[in-house]
Design a protein around this ligand. Structure first.
Ligand SMILES: C=C(O[C@@H]1C=C(C(=O)O)C=C[C@H]1O)C(=O)O
Length: 363
């Protein structure tokens, strides 16, 4: 094929007519979503419009059917935005996240709910929990574990005294950059600001490139990015969103010590999410302080061939709960084999709380 003007013209004509078709189809889809809203409201005036299990199924189906040349993740991202816009027609979704603006948690919220959701930054993890509990927002997004640094204990602790449920998860690849402002004297950097987890995730890189710079932990990467605007000798470690938000320049890109560095975030809300076909369940279990307690707890999972994906121990904050275990496993509470395991665990534990069953993160 040559790049002759006629050829280009006819290709553009074809693109125009395909766009007409896409436009017609997206509009027809949006009409359907509006009708879904009517059906939902008719059968239940307090209906929940956002259906995580249905959205996961839509995305998985698109990825499976995708013929290329776009890769499946790219295609799913496009459909993510179409669904987000359709859902906003039914009801705008309000989402609180651990702020400030420009954090990875905001990026995770957008990745999960799409750009049509209304996202609101909160100053602390427990504030996100409180907003959801009070019904001021529909959902919350909080970080829960990082592949390099481990668990975000504050999030786990917040579940202990809350009735909030987990409605979903989203995993984000975390890329850190060393950022400076246009006023920064780059060869005089004596201080590097970032969130403690980010400083830890870039420890080796900092040792090699800025061994003498003081590492200053602050409340978030976005806060670090904001602070260096007024300090000529300071740099920040943060991600793309913060760099863009504060107009900073990247001195070095992707400086995280591990290339597979990723963070898992939880979507919290108050609804029970039905099965999507590929689900996870999170529970918190209190055991009496006696020998073999952990073995007793895990044995039923092994016997029923249920895959544990995470096990976390937290010190109990009340005298009654000696050991508290956070357990994630594959499966949904509405599956009989999961119900059977939970029944057995209840007999062995002093307290069991199901935090929720939810679709395994798609994107
Ligand atoms: C249309 C629906 O409502 C919402 C929008 C969806 C969509 O656009 O595909 C999917 C699930 C819901 O979050 C539905 O429940 O089917």
């Amino acid at each position: 094929m040559t790049d002759s003007p006629t050829n280009l013209d006819s290709l553009r004509e074809r693109i125009d007519s395909l766009d007409n078709e896409i436009l017609r189809l997206i509009s027809a889809r949006a009409e359907c979503a509006k009708q879904v809203a009517e059906v939902k409201t008719k059968s239940d005036p307090g209906a929940v419009f956002y259906r995580p299990e249905r959205e996961a199924q839509v995305l998985r189906r698109i990825m499976e059917l995708n013929p290329g040349p776009l890769n499946s993740e790219e295609m799913a991202r496009l459909f993510r935005e179409i669904m987000s816009a359709c859902l906003a027609l039914e009801q705008p979704t309000k989402v609180a996240y651990l702020g400030p603006e420009g954090t990875f948690t905001q990026q995770a919220a957008l990745k999960h709910f799409g750009e049509s959701a209304v996202s609101m930054p909160m100053a602390a993890i427990d504030e996100v929990f409180r907003e959801v509990e009070a019904g001021a927002v529909n959902y919350g997004v909080v970080p829960v574990e990082n592949s390099t640094e481990g668990v975000v204990s504050h999030t786990l602790d917040s579940f202990m005294d809350s009735s909030i449920r987990i409605c979903g998860e989203v995993v984000l690849r975390i890329h850190h950059h060393l950022l400076v402002a246009d006023t920064t004297l780059r060869d005089k950097v004596s201080r590097v600001y970032s969130h403690p987890q980010s400083l830890a995730q870039c420890r080796k890189w900092l040792d090699a490139h800025y061994p003498r710079a003081e590492r200053v932990p602050v409340s978030s990467n976005a806060e670090a990015a904001r602070m260096i605007k007024s300090e000529w000798h300071s740099a920040a470690i943060a991600g793309d969103m913060a760099a863009k938000l504060y107009g900073l320049e990247k001195v070095a890109e992707k400086i995280e010590d591990r290339p597979d560095n990723s963070t898992r975030f939880l979507i919290i809300g108050s609804q029970h999410v039905p099965m999507s076909g590929e689900d996870k369940t999170s529970i918190v279990v209190a055991m009496r302080n006696q020998p073999g307690a952990l073995h007793d707890l895990l044995e039923p999972f092994h016997r029923h061939s249920i895959d544990l994906t995470r096990l976390e121990t937290r010190p109990s904050r009340t005298g009654v709960w000696n050991y508290v275990f956070f357990i994630d496993f594959k499966g949904h509470v509405d599956e009989p084999r999961v119900a059977a395991v939970l029944e057995e665990v209840r007999l062995r534990a002093s307290e069991v709380k199901v935090l929720g069953s939810y679709p395994v993160g798609v994107l």
